[in-house]
Design a protein around this ligand. Sequence first.
Ligand SMILES: [Zn+2]
Ligand SMILES: [Zn+2]
Length: 382
Amino acid sequence: MPETDRLKAEIDELVPGTVALRRDLHEHPELAFEEVRTSGIVAQRLRTLGLEVQTGIAKTGVVGLLRGGASKPGAKTIAIRADIDALPIHELNDIDYRSTIAGKMHACGHDGHTSILLTVADILTRRKSELAGNVKFVFQPAEETIGGAEPMIKEGAMQGVDGIIGLHLISDFPLGRVGVRAGPTFASADKFMLTVKGKGGHAAMPQESIDPIVIAAHIVTALQTLISRETSPFSPAVITIGKIQAGSAFNIIPEHRQKLQRRIIEVASGIATAMGGSCEVEMIDGCPPCINDRAMTGVVHKAAVAAVGEKDVDHSEEVLSSASDDMAYFLETVPGCYFIVGAENAAKGANYPHHHPRFNIDEDALPTGIEVLARAAMEYLK
Ligand SMILES: [Zn+2]
Ligand SMILES: [Zn+2]
């Protein structure tokens, strides 16, 4: 059997197990840094495959190392990353593998990512003797709080790694399609808090007071001009004032991140001062953007074309997301590629947005994810 058919046949054989594990993880969601059951299952499965397993990295992270049998000194190591955490959302799906834990749900597809990567580990382990390099399987906790990637890197998860790949299943990207693109893909997300101070007074005697609400209203309007008047139409950016009393977030592409941060401070405090009040600005640096390396993107692109065919590989702007993902920290450490796999299928009710209580994926996306990751790793280690 040619390798292409052999791989597809193997995936067909393994996918029922992938689906069963995904459903088991879906029934037992665990929040950031609480993924004890999940990481226990991951570690046990990696050990069963005979990999070198490290647990407790960044509390609940797990790494499995597969040493290729055809490795020569100086052979490359590729990492493949999956995130394993769920969200504090109460599931409203009517499915027989619905979350058994009230208020917790896999509403982003990380259950799928975890079971995909374990299946990839199985497939690559079967090819151990042919692999001219090593594969590190990285199971990362706490993606949703942007908390897990950085400590995993600090604790050595990327040591000896030359490149990294990973995927996100996407519920508003059509089933059967793969999106892969060089350069920025997922945005950076920072938070800021503005505290506007005026002077209290009676509502009937406005001349006696300085109304912070009026000042805040002017600031909200003016901040929007940072996008409409000060940001290039070719450089996507968003400023959202989420709440007047609380914080808010904005997602921007990196070159403009610092400039926008500076301008938010200048505009907000300038307006408040001009109106007789004051404004304190607190900037909370969030996640950097995900930037895909050109060569690594080429490797994934080739794998995607082999898996789904050229016409179903998207490298247009459809692939860009204004959400952020802490895969960004891994991509800052080594060249890599983070790509998306379509899991949308309205006929199966899998068309709700991520983080929605009715979020679900079409599980037919799982074999596609497995195939692209496995092929890309083999291609990279050729
Ligand atoms: Zn998410
Ligand atoms: Zn996610």
